[in-house]
Write a protein that binds this ligand. Structure first.
Ligand code: G3P
Ligand code: CA
Length: 267
């Protein structure tokens, strides 16, 4: 008998460290994730791609530049991907968050992240290009199960899965209905879902993740009236965080978890 999803707290303001504390360290590295945790983020956000050799890698881009040529992540091995530099060095203003020396700034695979953090953090995982990666849903669930991160009794869910692909989310829902799912949208104008879209999404999702520029009070109220949580992305401005919190959003994706913590603590 499947265990229903742990409800996400409605009245809370979850702080989701977008690619870790990615304003301060190269996103998707263990260092950026550890910094988000030290700052007090509720979740670390991980974008997932899958390499040619079947590794789930924490990476935003589905195409990378290797040997001066553009290549799909799906066509290169994880070892090749690791030759890339994730970029940005540490922000010197944030060295007060002392990190273990062993945390380098390399691109990592999901298994390394799960092994390193275990169950001491909560994971908010995005399946980035599921149509390009057949089997990514099963492999993700296999790893989460292997690390005993599913079907637990925690105050907030240990794992949330998000995607722009409803097909992919529905597949996860069919395989493992206990995981709260967030359907992502990117609106070019004001956020709005048709009746049909609402009917479809409420069948499987706990909430929606929406680009912050498109969000307004009316949309947030509408989602809440449908029992859908609202998690805008990506919110780095302190005043915007305050406004969104006063509008009752249920969490934000941010590159600056330290600022979001300050806002939440000021409440
Ligand atoms: O997953 C929410 C948000 O992160 C989507 O945008 O492009 O930063 O993955 P992106
Ligand atoms: Ca993302």
């Amino acid at each position: 008998q499947p265990i229903p999803p742990t409800p996400l707290p409605e009245n809370d303001f979850l702080i989701i460290g977008h690619r870790g504390a990615s304003a301060y360290a190269a996103g998707h590295t263990l260092a950026a994730y550890e910094m988000a945790v030290l700052m007090g983020a509720d979740y670390i956000e991980i974008d997932l791609q899958m390499t040619k050799d079947g590794k789930l890698v924490a990476l935003h881009e589905s195409v990378v530049t290797l040997d001066n040529a553009q290549q799909a992540v799906a066509d290169v091995t994880f070892d090749e991907i690791q030759l890339l530099s994730p970029g940005k060095e540490f922000d010197k203003n944030h060295l007060s968050y002392t990190l273990p020396n062993s945390l380098d700034l390399r691109i990592v695979d999901l298994s390394k992240i799960l092994t390193y953090f275990g169950d001491r953090v909560n994971y908010y995982i995005e399946m980035k290009s599921p149509r390009v990666y057949p089997g990514i849903e099963e492999e993700l669930l296999r790893q989460l199960n292997e690390h005993h991160l599913l079907n637990r009794d925690d105050p907030i869910p240990k794992v949330i899965i998000q995607s722009f692909s409803d097909k992919s989310l529905q597949e996860v829902f069919a395989l493992e209905p206990s995981i709260p799912l967030i359907k992502l949208y990117k609106f070019s104008k004001k956020a709005h879902l048709t009746k049909k879209e609402l009917k479809d999404v409420t069948k499987y999702a706990a909430g929606v993740g929406v680009n912050v520029e498109a969000v307004n009070h009316k949309f947030i109220d509408k989602m809440h009236s449908e029992n859908l949580l609202v998690h805008p992305y990506t919110v780095n401005d302190e005043n915007m965080m305050r406004s969104l919190m006063s509008f009752g959003v249920n969490g934000i994706f941010t590159d600056r978890p330290d600022v979001a913590l300050r806002v939440r603590n000021d409440k």
